[in-house]
Design a protein around this ligand. Sequence first.
Ligand code: AMP
Ligand code: FE
Ligand code: FE
Ligand code: ZN
Length: 279
Amino acid sequence: MRIDLHAHSNISDGTEPPRELVRLAAAAELDIVAITDHDTVAGWAEAAQAAIDFGIRVVPGIELSCTRGAASVHMLGYQIDPTRPGVAEELAAIRLGRTDRLPAMLAALARHGVDLSTEQVMAAADGADSLGRPHVADALIAAGHVADRREAFDVWLAEGRPAHIARYAPDVVEGIRLITGAGGVAVIAHPWGRESRDTMTPEVLASLADAGLAGLEAHHDDHDAATEIALAALASELGLVATGGSDWHGSGKVGHGLGSRLTDPAAFEDLMSRLPTAG
Ligand code: AMP
Ligand code: FE
Ligand code: FE
Ligand code: ZN
């Protein structure tokens, strides 16, 4: 069993449509793939149909933007019921924060002599339901300002760079409540990757376990081998499931091929057994 629990389509900041995500997952000999677009479930229906057509299981998921103090934390939520009261409203509020910050980002770029218009970013986003910095990166690439998304982040968009603008996201504990309250299971994405490494201490993770967190995404390309081992050990110590996923974004992110990181089948079973509706 090959299980990849983290992948993005062009409904958020991936480059391929949900159907193509599922087709490529089947071609990569995955048995199960999760679609986890940022702050939207708009890709689920297409992915579910593709799952039937290509004969693999698709787990409906989301990567919820959260904060802990000033730090950004990503939370994977699986099998939520998006029709539960408050869920659609909260997701819409987060997506509004994503678009609302765009003028400030463009103004910051302009102050540094980089001319980029809203129209150029919207063209790069190409109808995505959830607008992200990668779309700004793609617009910068298309306009010839940078070579690739990595350079766009390193020079302009990453935390601490000139065009980084904070946006609304709920606190991590609220995020856990949202996901579990909607019948899903919550897993911290790449806990010790770039943006959340300093805040997601073992003590904080222990408190989140008490708040209903189900797992830690230990196996992720942002973690080196020693970090993966340490996170898997911590998960076990805290009674959490250690998961893995590629964080595939199509051609948008190198080194994150579908199936490049996997979730152990027993861990997947454990995770599904923690669904509020299970057992
Ligand atoms: P946002 O959702 O607007 O906060 O942008 C964060 C997204 O940008 C992440 O989910 C990644 O997909 C992407 N990202 C972050 N850092 C990089 C990087 N160095 N290179 C390429 N993509 C990145
Ligand atoms: Fe992303
Ligand atoms: Fe993420
Ligand atoms: Zn992701």
